[in-house]
Design a protein around this ligand. Structure first.
Ligand code: PM9
Length: 467
């Protein structure tokens, strides 16, 4: 008999109480926070969907692993356990731990990018592009056009457009391409997967030109799950096997352990080339710590080693993605414009369509994050013009085609009831959407402005749509 009901594949052993303050109080606090959800205190949030990064619940095994932390300065046994997990589940030859994903991005950018070199990628990611630019590189978007269209239902919107990549190679020459930065899944496109068929074609093309592929593997298991579900020929393969196959098509990786790998802090850089490993091993001691801890405590390396194994567990991964799709279905049914198909780590609301009265320069996605917080204490994040930052050359805003609000679902933290509350909150805001005012940016930090920028509400302008 086919099961029609669903339950999370875990039971809850420890609880953390939630606080739901009044709407008036939230209006006051978000104003104090400069209308930036990153600046709101976590204790003033009811349901926190700001990010799925470092916010997951560890398993009892991971907590037990913490107690096995070996905090020796050098050669901790937990490092060897983490190294073994990377070999076993991802197949990369060498790895150095880092404090989180951007530590690894810093290392790889310093190792491989010389000023003026190009770094093609399947859409930009905030910290990834910043490290490429700080090393003197120029990011070039080579993702398929469908990824920029929130309404395209193409199942693998993370795919690389081979023609775009080939055009770049012909234009600048392979020797001027530092590497291809290839993400599984693509965060800024809505958590969209790349297909193995596309990866194989990309591999063929880059091999012809001797260009390395560096894999941004923060959510590789989620991508592998979507391949299992959707790509012909993979239904009978395990998520673990697909994950390893993905990695085998690349030369190295940067990984934030705070996503798939179910830890609150940690990351790593992996590479197959021994010479580059020696260089990375040397560089990591300058910026992160000894190459056998790279900024992580022994106990955290242990939790990450265990988390990597848990990340490819079929029951875990299907439940994780199910929660995201459960929320997506509710919003879609209510007529809320969301990015389709729903991705794997969050539901992305198309803020440009949700708030058509607010032009992009008045930050509609940022304004929507404020409205969701005020309405129901739900914290989300802007993934639009604020996150995109400024063009390094012209100083003008980047104007991304996607102006989104992400409702990111932390792993193993909330139940479907919490997601019902989130859906109700979004529906309530949708019903009075023309009352939501735009914003002006009144403070803008230099790097990754979305974290610390401050805004004021635009007053005195008509907000309601005519008619
Ligand atoms: N992602 C997220 O909320 C954390 C805050 S935004 C910088 O989605 C990818 C695909 C990520 C990512 C972080 C990093 C950096 C690299 N690649 O946050 O430094 O989604 O561990 O990882 C965030 P760290």
């Amino acid at each position: 008999m086919k099961r029609t009901t669903y339950a999370e594949p875990y039971k809850i052993k420890m609880v953390e109480p939630l606080r739901n303050i009044s709407r008036r109080e939230r209006e006051r606090l978000v104003k104090l926070a400069g209308y930036n959800t990153f600046q709101v205190k976590a204790e003033d949030v009811y349901i926190d969907l700001l990010t799925d990064s470092g916010t997951g619940a560890m398993s009892d095994r991971q907590w037990a692993g913490l107690m096995m932390g070996d905090e020796s300065y050098s050669g901790s046994r937990n490092f060897y356990h983490l190294e073994a997990a990377v070999h076993q589940y991802y197949g990369y030859k060498y790895m150095v731990p880092t404090h989180q994903g951007r530590g690894a991005e810093h290392l790889i950018a310093r190792l491989l990018i010389k000023p003026g070199m190009y770094v093609p990628g399947n859409m930009y990611f905030t910290s990834t592009r910043l490290h490429q630019e700080l090393a003197g590189g120029v990011f070039e978007d080579v993702i398929i056009d469908e990824a920029h269209d929130p309404d395209s239902t193409f199942p693998f919107k993370g795919n690389v457009d081979l023609q775009k990549l080939e055009n770049l190679i012909n234009k600048v020459g392979a020797a001027n391409i530092a590497y291809l930065s290839l993400a599984t899944t693509v965060n800024m496109a809505g958590g969209q997967p790349i297909s193995l068929e596309n990866m194989k074609q990309v591999r063929k093309l880059t091999e012809q030109h001797n260009i390395r592929i560096i894999h941004d593997m923060a959510r590789v298991a989620e991508n592998a799950y979507m391949i299992q579900q959707l790509e012909p020929g993979y239904a009978d393969k395990t998520v673990a096997a697909i994950t390893k196959e993905i990695c085998s098509l690349t030369d190295g990786a940067v990984m934030s352990g705070k996503k798939d790998a179910l830890v609150n802090i940690g990351g790593m850089m992996a590479i197959n080339d021994q010479g580059l490993y020696e260089e990375a091993k040397n560089l990591v001691v300058v910026y992160e710590g000894m190459h056998t801890y790279g900024g992580m405590a022994g106990r955290d390396m242990e939790a990450m080693a265990i988390g990597i194994a848990e990340s490819v567990d079929e029951a875990h991964i299907s439940s994780r993605v199910h929660q995201v799709h459960y929320l997506g279905a509710q919003l879609r049914e209510a007529g809320i414009p969301i990015v389709n198909p729903v991705g794997t780590h969050g539901v992305y609301i198309n803020a440009a369509a949700f708030l058509p009265h607010i032009p992009q320069v008045k930050f509609p996605a940022q304004a929507l994050t404020v409205a969701l917080y005020e309405e129901g204490g739900v914290r989300s994040v802007e993934r639009g013009i604020v996150s995109a930052g400024r063009n390094k050359e012209t100083g003008d805003h980047h104007y991304p085609s996607l102006e989104l609000v992400r409702l990111a679902i932390p792993r193993r933290v909330y139940t479907l009831s919490h997601l019902d509350v989130v859906a109700e909150t979004a529906i309530n805001v949708f019903e009075k959407r023309y009352d939501v005012p735009g914003l002006e940016m009144v403070f803008e930090p230099k790097y990754m402005r979305f974290f610390q920028a401050r805004f004021e509400q635009v007053v005195g302008e008509p907000q309601r749509m005519p008619g």
